[in-house]
Ligand binder design. Structure first.
Ligand SMILES: [Zn+2]
Length: 121
């Protein structure tokens, strides 16, 4: 299937429906927070730069990113709202921190009914 916004080809399980259109996870979360161009190349770019710096796992992450990682590690599937309350960040700030974890393939977002949640890979 093709994401309406960034035209990335993704599997059906990774698609999210919004306003009658299908989106990839990145675009869906961005639409939920604020409009921002989708960057399909960001995943490989983030991974490549971390590999270049010799970072593996959670090494090289910011304090906030490590805090999110450790919270997910302890709690498993965490609703977006719970993580926002725990981190005391705005949805935009959390989105930016989480994008790095997702791009490094450490964590991912998902949807359970109408609830957006985050979990480790
Ligand atoms: Zn997309």
């Amino acid at each position: 299937m093709i994401c309406e916004k960034c035209k990335t080809n993704i599997s059906k399980e990774e698609m999210f429906q919004f306003g009658g259109q299908m989106y990839c996870e990145d675009c869906y979360i961005e639409i939920q927070s604020r409009p921002k161009p989708c960057d399909p190349g960001a995943v490989s770019a983030a991974k490549a730069s971390r590999e270049l710096q010799g970072h593996k796992g959670i090494e090289g992450l910011t304090t906030n990113q490590k805090k999110i990682y450790n919270y997910l590690k302890k709690n498993g599937k965490v609703p977006r709202k719970e993580l926002l309350d725990y981190m005391l960040l705005t949805p935009e700030e959390l989105q930016a921190e989480f994008a790095v974890l997702r791009h490094c393939e450490l964590a991912r977002g998902g949807k359970d009914g109408d609830t957006l949640y985050f979990t480790l890979m």
